[in-house]
Design a protein around this ligand. Structure first.
Ligand code: SF4
Ligand code: SF4
Length: 396
């Protein structure tokens, strides 16, 4: 998307794509029902979300300090930690760690997408497999993720069947159970053959350097435990002071992401170790021998300084707002760029410094505020869009 007219064309094409509205209407119905059930069953989540708003607001004001504290804790746990000020620095750190000719399995991570990590590692001669089913489909289709939690939300089962038939050389029917089993078969050996596993994290407890990773498929658990090296790339806005804070953020995240409870929550604080022989601590038992964590600033410290737009950093990436947004309902991730809807506009303007792109997204927003009602962090999208439009108009 280089100009406003390209964006307009893209979004209008998406708005007339019946497959997007069909896929979204099904997803919206199911998201609303599942979230209502989860909040009814666990009503304390609503109060906990208010507590998490306080935790995030205060944590974001001290992101750098928390990144330093978490780095010290990770080093104490025999991991290695790095703070990257820019996307280029993060890419360079990870490229040096990875080298070339490596087989890499990767969990879904918006921060990795943000800096183009997969494409970069492929460019320098590595083979990278997305292991989240939706990301795997999007990667193999050479498409782009159109939702933060369900990247292949726009791809119907018939298209997945065609894709997997091409990958396996077998004629596969559009049967979802069979397609999931095929993905399992295609990726299974990669987890154990991989040299390196890459992940993000939903939240990090600075006091212990513990990464919390929430998922349902089990691919993150495998990617971060089967290969001998684990590398995590994490935006600094994911840091909170304590384990207890991190647990609260996690519970609110998965509940508003429409799960009563997810299948897996992995807590990782350092490389695998054992002291079972003569009490001598030895690293690299069954899990990774090395763990490297890169905390990315990438413009977050600057964004934090804006009294209104800093709200974008509170986002838990639960995806709830997108199911309430009337524009997203007919355009999916075409309403945005790396991130979607109002947060996507803030990201484009304040992090990517692409005013034209930011303006296009900000003026597509209807400022209706439906997303704010759903958002566990009460992020005020209309307020942010008005502030962002003003910044852009003032040429700041
Ligand atoms: S305020 Fe904007 S981003 Fe939020 S629901 Fe309305 S159109 Fe969507
Ligand atoms: S803006 Fe709010 S509702 Fe939307 S993904 Fe972020 S935390 Fe969830």
């Amino acid at each position: 998307m280089s100009t406003f007219s390209d964006y307009k064309k893209e979004i209008m094409t998406a708005a007339h794509d019946e497959r997007i509205s069909l896929a979204l209407s099904r997803a919206i119905k199911s998201y609303r029902a599942n979230t209502a059930n989860a909040l009814k069953k666990f009503p304390h989540t609503i109060k906990m979300a208010e507590e998490v708003q306080e935790i995030k607001s205060s944590a974001i004001a001290q992101m750098r300090k928390l990144a330093e504290e978490a780095s010290a804790a990770i080093e104490e746990n025999h991991g290695k930690a790095y703070i990257a000020n820019t996307n280029a620095e993060a890419l360079s750190i990870i490229e040096k760690l990875v080298g070339t000719n490596k087989l890499i399995v990767k969990g879904k991570s918006m921060t990795c997408d943000e800096i183009g990590l997969r494409e970069h590692l492929e460019h320098v001669g590595n083979e990278v497999y997305e292991t989240d089913l939706g990301e795997f489909i999007v990667q193999k289709l050479e498409s782009k993720p159109l939702h933060i939690l369900s990247p292949a939300i726009h791809v119907p089962k018939e298209d997945v069947a065609r894709l997997f038939s091409r990958l396996t050389g077998e004629e596969l029917p559009p049967d979802i159970t069979q397609l999931v089993a095929t993905a399992r078969k295609l990726l299974r050996e990669k987890f154990f053959a991989a040299d390196i596993g890459i992940s993000g994290a939903n939240v990090v407890a600075a006091e212990t350097g513990t990464l919390f990773m929430i998922e349902n498929e089990g691919n993150v658990r495998l990617s971060t435990s089967a290969p001998s090296v684990h590398i995590a790339l994490i935006g600094m806005e994911k840091l909170v002071p304590t384990l207890s804070d991190a647990y609260k953020v996690s519970e609110v995240t998965w509940r508003y992401a429409n799960y009563g409870v997810p299948s897996y929550v992995s807590l990782v604080s350092g490389p695998s170790k054992t002291g079972d022989i003569e009490k001598v601590t030895t690293y690299g038992a069954h899990g990774p021998k090395e763990m490297h964590v890169v905390f990315l600033d990438g413009g977050r410290s600057e964004l934090e300084k804006h009294p209104i737009l800093r709200q974008a950093l509170f986002c838990l990436r639960c995806g709830g707002c997108l199911y309430e947004c009337p524009v997203f309902a007919v355009t999916a991730g075409h309403f945005g760029d790396k991130y979607f809807a109002a947060n996507g506009a803030v990201w484009a303007g304040m992090i990517d410094k692409d005013k034209e792109k930011a303006a296009a997204i900000a003026y597509t927003c209807l400022t209706c505020g439906r997303c704010k009602v759903r958002c566990p962090m009460k992020i005020d999208a209309p307020e942010m869009m008005v502030a962002l439009r003003r910044l852009i108009a003032d040429g700041e």
